[in-house]
Design a protein. Structure first.
Lengths: 258, 258
DNA sequence: AGATATTTGTTCGTATGTATT
DNA sequence: TAATACATACGAACAAATATC
């Protein structure tokens, strides 16, 4: 039998992580394609050469190759378009897309509010300080726009809830502008955890005019410090804000639960 | 041919698919199954009911359903076993598995060494302090075992490299034990970023007996503080360690590059 | 130990939908 | 509008793995 290689030509895993356990063919192929993309310096928007995804290139079937491609797509590295001129393209992985991949991580071991704020208290001030004097005018405009959503007192629970989400969005908008993209990513991740937590959702629906006002106060002071290029003050303001927010959340969580 | 109804569920008319944007069938099915798992409060180890993955349940073919299952598997939410009594099971997603999903996040915007250490300097001390007086005897044993890998001076570049990786593993082992699973996860993530960075790999291969010795010194002092339940000292030791490590890495990176 | 039944994993050929030209 | 190039979906057949008898 000619046996056109079919599997016997099991590709030697190039990555060091492959030692751990026997990986399946689609995984190996996906890694191979990923390495090719990186090696050839493809950037988002570039087309992934058709040959790289050809079954015979890897000695696998279409289905297997399709699964490999699925892996890359799930990881956010590629997207595919139909039609002529269509195909598989490299795409930039967005922070929110990546965060969704982590959704499953904490389903069975959800972190507590204290857990989240323990980290936020450290990182948010750091991020705020790093932004001092570096925000563009339209960044300020976007942030002001976010603040505007909770300038007035909420009339309904839905409005209350929307305002609290807008407060969180303020932090996301800030984090998006951070020079340190890693720091920005982690901060956004923490916010998204808060947003999805059921306990928090319960708390966010409670009316609390005082909190809104002091929150607003923090944001304004923060923006002023950032605009003035005063890193130290931005740090302090954000730190106070986080400490106050944590205290409030923990207190309310206690009440909501009991 | 009976042509089993195909009236309501199966065909997915073009108008409906237009409303649902470009979401593909396997993705939709995967989400549906994921929601079912969460709604039914399934926990890791539980079997995913066979019916949920039956083609006719979703009006799709076996291939499509397999792809949906593949998505869940890639996301780490399920594993599958062959054979009688086999099937698809809910699984706890590990930190390392989740981190691999993020591999692609920073390929086009790689964070710098300074970026990573800016966060590590804050979080690693926090984590170390939280561990004070809380480590079990066999946790200590595991950590000691990791240290043993670089007790003696490396003879070859490979050995040198392996030792540096072991140093990183020490931090992973610590983070794995953190009460704050979120904090632990972020710390492990940062370490894995360091491990995969090409610049770091280059640095790690350089021989540096002094660094190894001082590093060893830090680890021992750290373990002692943790064992003594002295959170404050554990914090300080780790902070010094991080500061020193960052300074070294930045210095070497400058030289390696130039 | 070995055969078998059960369940997942892989592959092929083909059909269908969709966006570009 | 028609042609076409490409991804996506289907279903059947085959292969591999594994618990049970």
């Amino acid at each position: 039998m000619p046996e056109p290689d079919t599997g016997a030509a099991a590709p030697m895993p190039s990555r060091l992580s492959a030692i751990l356990k026997r990986r399946k063919r689609p995984d190996i192929i996906a890694d191979k394609v990923r390495d090719m993309i990186i090696a050839h310096r493809l950037v988002p928007g570039d087309r992934v050469p058709h040959e790289w995804l050809l079954p015979q290139t890897h000695g696998a079937s279409r289905g297997t190759l399709r699964e490999a491609q699925k892996i890359l797509e799930i990881q956010g590295l590629t997207t595919s378009k139909t039609g002529p001129g269509g195909g598989v393209f490299v795409s930039r992985v967005g922070a929110d897309q990546a965060i969704r991949l982590l959704d499953n991580l904490f389903v069975f071991q959800p972190p507590s509010i204290a857990d989240i704020y323990a980290i936020r208290k450290e990182l948010e001030p750091l991020m705020a300080a790093s932004l001092a004097g570096k925000l563009s005018p339209d960044a300020f405009a976007a942030l002001q726009e976010t603040i505007r959503l909770y300038e007035d007192e909420a009339k309904t629970v839905e409005e209350e809830y929307a305002q609290r989400l807008a407060e969180l969005d303020f932090h996301v908008e800030l984090a998006r502008r951070a020079d340190n993209v890693l720091l920005g990513f982690v901060c956004i991740f923490l916010v998204s955890l808060l947003r999805d937590m059921t306990t928090c959702r319960a708390i966010y629906q409670e009316a609390n005019p005082t909190l809104r006002e002091t929150g607003l106060n923090y944001q304004i002071r923060l923006l002023r410090a950032i605009k003035a290029g005063d890193a130290e003050r931005a740090f302090q303001v954000m730190r106070e804000h986080m400490t106050a927010a944590e205290a409030y959340m923990l207190e309310r969580a206690e009440i909501v639960r009991g």
